[in-house]
Ligand binder design. Sequence first.
Ligand code: WT7
Length: 630
Amino acid sequence: MSDRLHTLSGYFHEYQKSVAQPEEFWARIADSFHWKKRWDKVLDWNFDEPNVNWFVKGKLNITENILERHLFTIGDRPAIIWEPNDPSEEGRTITYRELYHEVCKFSNALKAKGIQKGDKVIIYMPMVPEAAIAMLACARIGAVHSVVFAGFSSSALSDRIIDCGAKAVLTSDGNFRGNKKIAVKAVVDEALEKAPVDTVIVYQRTRQDVIMKEGRDHWWHDVIDGIADTNKAEEMDSEDMLFILYTSGSTGKPKGVVHTTGGYMVYTKYSFENVFQYSPGDVYWCTADIGWITGHSYIVYGPLLSGATSLMFEGVPTFPDAGRFWAVVEKYKVNTFYTAPTAIRALQAYGTDPIEPYDLSSLKVLGSVGEPINEEAWHWYHTHVGKSKCPIVDTWWQTETGGIMVSPLAGITPTKPAYATLPLPGVQLCIVDAEGKELKGNSVEGNLCVKFPWPSMIRTTYGDHDRCKQTYFSTYKGMYFTGDGVKRDHDGYYRILGRVDDVINVSGHRMGTAEVENAINEHPLVIESAVVGFPHEVKGQGIYAYVICDMKNRTEENLTNEIKDTVSKIIGPIAKPDKVQIVSGLPKTRSGKIMRRILRKVAEGSVENLGDTSTLLDPEVVEQIIAGRK
Ligand code: WT7
């Protein structure tokens, strides 16, 4: 681990080098990996098309750097520790050697089913080790995985299958979540009616009844039965696609963020080791789901590239009770715990009683990700979970950035509540005003951009490169625009203020307002709708929907519930509006544009200060909306 930073002055020194000589800097980091062929050139780029290539013409397989690399050195070390939903069920430990064989077996099975390099494979699975094995098996043979969060609906799933042209779907019979049993395969069956694929492989988890379609559907245990447990990893180019991950933006349709092999590998390992200051033998636990980028980069790839022990948890924080996280920390002597502010706030509501019975003395580092952490939650986390001795790394990044961009280095960077603090080496941030003028110096506030490529950045949006260009590289010329507002304080520390576009962040999950509106509009009695975010005590932001309806003979309550169910069905329960207000009209400008600013103000309850309403077509609509506020 020679690329480890140990001191604050060391960090500043490395940071300077990474800006002055980025190619030398990243070549040095990349040299510690196994390449089948070294790159010809470190970086080739422009942000206009955009066209970004890291480690040009380098050849590698990311799984060799996870599996073969560790086989003879730490083969007996646990790679994955799995804790099931139900604490009375036995957990599992998978060593690096076992992981090697499991990945080889399953990748051989995929090949036997005709999956080849470049094919797209959808993974729609619960939090079981096989989900990680599935991802690595795809990477091993050069198939491109696209993990879809198993809480998404069948129609969200079929949209993604169609968009990426998937050949196969990997799934499970069912899924345990808290005291619920979810019929996962049935959701897949429904999705496949609209979006057929050749092959479905089903991991048996709940043993509930499922329908298996002859010729298409196979059990996981059958396809690996008697198959070879070794193979040779496919040779991939640095810029070959590793995975597609769908995320929401300001337009209605989720976009497939594309990450490639070489740069993603280098950056996720480097950032993992430095941010968390991981030491060999430590037990690291990230509570995210593998359906999100956090699960990709910091449950699977980053930790496993580092030879770390990564804990995977199938359940939820409140089952069987609100002490579950702490029970798991005690059980496995977890050293690093990485979760989302929404989970912290949810547990905070139960007070400290659920923490008391457990020994949390193994904890060394705490992490936060997904949304701004409010100061109160930060202090609660620091005092009651970390017992005032664990640094908190507030990590800012995005699906598109692939890895952590702004964060303290645990125990090295002095922290400040609610601040993500400083950029990682290689990350060249830039704050701009609305006109795109760079705001230099400290004590400034504006929009957050990045002006130089970093290895794990988005390469394209699948099937629509122009969308990538328009969304990220056109707002401010020559820069990647994050969509976040930010403040740089007098110390040069960064504080993320939240999205400045039409994206809301609900419990750390990104939701496009247009996406939710489209779903609401599917209800036959809905005429028009407008969705905004509002401050929510636990979720960070909640979803507030203003809807114009043809009431027919429904009651308002009936219709409201039907609308919520429609969204649940079309996107998934995470997108269900918290509040639905039936309105007779929406505040529009003379040119017909909805004035969301006003809707946001009403939703957050600050109706006294609506700002300039002079361009409104019909001011009376606003009065009615205020009167009917939920
Ligand atoms: C958006 C990205 C990659 C992490 C999981 C979410 C917000 C993320 C922080 C943080 C304040 C944060 C931003 C960002 N966000 N981390 N530490 N502090 N805001 O990934 O779904 O792609 O969402 O999450 O608004 O743009 P994502």
